[in-house]
Every structure is written in structure tokens, then in C-alpha cells.
Design a protein around this ligand. Structure first.
Ligand SMILES: C[S@@+](CC[C@H](N)C(=O)[O-])C[C@H]1O[C@@H](n2cnc3c(N)ncnc32)[C@H](O)[C@@H]1O
Length: 342
């Protein structure tokens, strides 16, 4: 019954949304976008002149709030904070995603770093798990030997993560948690082993960027906390018709795999747009890999298509985001300004 409903829905939606994309223009050129980018460029340059060494002054089509935190998102995750470790519950799909994302992070790190210790391949590496929630991904990374700090703006989720990790003596040394947004770590004096700039070998943000208020500020902060050559791992949802149909209509409204209202399609992002933001913040994208969830088996697999979910690995190439040089020389958007589908 669900599959019939779903296919009707998919084809219906596809037709309607396709028309909307065509209206903008497949070439991606739009004068409105050009004018908007020019305004943002002027605002951003004015900000850069006055705030070189403080909070990033990124303007973005999403927001220019300088905080990554959207209070509505915090409220939503606050209400779910006790549910993180129910493997059959609201976060079941995130539990299952570990089958893909843990090896993705481990193998990409091991392609650069020499294996730490037998059985602890990530020993000696410092990882920041941003938006860690209840620690579903933080814990397995800690078990691989990494020194992991999990942060999340939702205090009760951090409480849940701390209580859960305390049951495993193996995690006592390597896994710590802190209730704060990423931007709070920037400019922070080195306190023990927490916070600080240029401190991490890797930053992980899994299923997080689609919940942020300001992705530009987030990318800037990721670059700041990473060591040069450090890795950024992101998993997220593409901004396509198919992702709307599957991640919102099917997963939230029909099958109720994910709590209703968890996702806002406007905050989804295509790999192309995410790459653009990361590259303007000093990253070089190494790989983008499609992911697919099967609601019947409850399992994830890698996919050739990135049209729904995808995982991205980027490396910090420079110490400073190249906002000034790049944007002073070219204030106009690149050809893919209106591109929402890879
Ligand atoms: C879908 S959950 C993913 C949790 C975890 N990364 C995982 O995959 O198991 C999204 C998480 O992002 C967190 N979040 C929301 N806004 C955030 C922000 N501005 N900075 C960091 N985390 C945020 C939420 O509190 C929530 O824990």
C-alpha cells in the first residue's frame, strides 16, 4: 500500500517541481541571483574590514546571523533527547547508518594517517563530532582509538550521551562531551584538551548541516578548528525532488521512520552548493558518495546517485578561508547559482 502511494506521490511531485526548476533556468543564470550575490559580496567585504580577527562575517542566502544555531531545531531535538539509544525508535536510521559512516571516516583517515595501534587504528587522532546528539557516532569513533569530543547545543542530548558512554569503561579516556555550538570553540583559549583553533585532525558533522541556521559560519568554524590537512566528514540530504518525496513525505509523514517536522526541505543542500561553500572556506573536496536507505530492511548501502543522501570528505588546504581574494576578484556567482540538483 505504501509503495503504491509513494510512487504516485513521487511522479506527481516530480512533474510539478521540475517545472519550478525550469522556470529558474537550467543554465543556472538568473539576474536576481546576480544582484543578490553582489549585495552579499558588498556586505561581506564591509564586515571583513571591521571584524578580521573575531567572529566570521559570512553572509549567506540562508542567514547572516553568525550563529549556527536555529532555536526551533534545538527545541525539536530537546524533546527527543531521551530517545537516542532506542535502536528501534526515532533514531533507528542513524544507528543503522553507522555501518556506512564509521568505515567511511576510518578508511579515509587511515589513507592519510599511519595506523595507531592494533585494534585501535585511530589512536593518536583528535576528532570533533559536531552535533553529536546522544553520541551514536562518537562512541564507535572512540572505540577505534580516537580522542573524540562530541558537542551539541542541546544540553539534554549531551546528558544522554554522557550517561551512555559511562557504561563503557573503554570510552572513559577517549570520549568527552560538551553542550555548546561549534562557534563557541573558536577563539577559545586552550583549556586542557578541549576547544581551541587548529586542534583537530578531523571534524565530523553527520546529519547536522540540514539543521543549521548558517552554513557559511559553520564551514568557517570547521576550517578554524582543523589542523592544516585535517579532514571534514559530512553526511546530509541533497536538495532534490526525490529527497523531498522520500525524506519528508515518505519517511516523516507516511512511514513515520523519522519524527514529523524533523526536516525542512529549504535547508537541504546539493553536493555542488556544499562544495562551493567548503571551497570558499579553505577546503578541497576529496570525495562525494551517494547513500541509500531501505526502510524495509532498515539498512543503508552506498549508491551511485547522490540524489537523496550523500557522504562528503573534504580536506583543509589553507589556514585562512580565501574569502577576500576570491570575492574581491569575482563578486559574481558562478554558473551554478540556481543549481539545486547534482
Ligand atoms: C539528526 S541529529 C544527528 C546526530 C548525530 N550526528 C548522529 O548522526 O547520530 C542532528 C543533531 O544536530 C544537532 N544540532 C542542531 N543544531 C546544531 C548546531 N547549530 N550545531 C551543532 N549541532 C546542532 C541537534 O541537536 C542534533 O543532535
Amino acid at each position: 500500500m505504501y509503495s503504491q502511494k509513494l510512487s504516485r506521490l513521487l511522479f506527481g511531485l516530480y512533474g510539478r517541481r521540475e517545472a519550478a526548476v525550469c522556470a529558474v533556468g537550467r543554465s543556472g543564470f538568473s539576474w536576481t541571483a546576480v544582484c543578490k550575490q553582489r549585495t552579499l559580496w558588498l556586505q561581506r567585504n564591509a564586515c571583513l574590514k571591521t571584524q578580521r580577527h573575531t567572529v566570521p562575517c559570512h553572509s549567506s542566502a540562508r542567514s547572516a546571523s553568525h550563529t549556527t544555531v536555529d532555536p526551533d531545531e534545538v527545541r525539536r531535538f530537546q524533546s527527543l533527547a531521551s530517545k537516542w539509544w532506542d535502536e528501534q525508535g526515532e533514531f533507528a536510521a542513524l544507528h543503522a547508518m553507522n555501518d556506512l559512516r564509521v568505515p567511511f571516516i576510518r578508511d579515509n583517515l587511515l589513507s592519510v594517517h599511519i595506523e595507531g595501534q592494533p585494534g585501535k587504528p585511530l589512536a593518536g587522532l583528535r576528532i570533533l563530532d559536531v552535533g553529536c546528539g546522544g553520541g551514536l557516532l562518537t562512541e564507535p569513533l572512540g572505540r577505534l582509538g580516537a580522542d573524540v569530543l562530541g558537542i551539541d547545543p542541546v544540553e539534554d542530548s549531551i546528558g544522554t550521551a554522557q550517561v551512555h558512554a559511562a557504561y563503557d569503561p573503554d570510552l572513559r579516556e577517549g570520549v568527552r562531551y560538551r553542550a555548546c555550538p561549534l562557534e563557541e570553540l573558536i577563539g577559545e583559549e586552550e583549556e586542557g584538551r578541549e576547544g581551541g583553533e587548529g586542534n583537530y585532525d578531523a571534524v565530523v558533522a553527520s546529519e547536522v548541516v540540514e539543521h543549521l541556521a548558517d552554513l557559511e559560519t559553520f564551514a568557517f568554524c570547521c576550517s578554524q578548528v582543523l589542523k592544516p590537512g585535517g579532514s571534514l566528514f559530512i553526511t546530509t540530504i541533497n536538495k532534490t525532488n526525490l529527497s523531498y518525496a522520500l525524506a519528508i513525505v515518505a519517511a516523516e509523514q507516511l512511514l513515520r521512520i523519522v519524527p514529523s517536522g524533523t526536516h525542512d526541505w529549504d535547508k537541504f543542500i546539493s553536493p555542488v552548493e556544499l562544495e562551493r561553500i567548503l571551497e570558499s572556506n579553505g577546503f578541497s573536496v576529496q570525495s562525494v558518495q551517494g547513500m541509500m536507505y531501505n526502510p524495509l530492511s532498515g539498512a543503508w548501502c552506498w549508491a551511485n546517485s547522490t540524489s537523496i543522501n550523500y557522504a562528503l570528505h573534504a580536506v583543509k588546504t589553507t589556514d585562512q578561508p580565501h574569502t577576500e581574494q576570491a570575492e574581491e576578484s569575482s563578486p559574481y556567482p558562478e554558473g551554478h547559482a540556481a543549481d539545486t540538483q547534482r
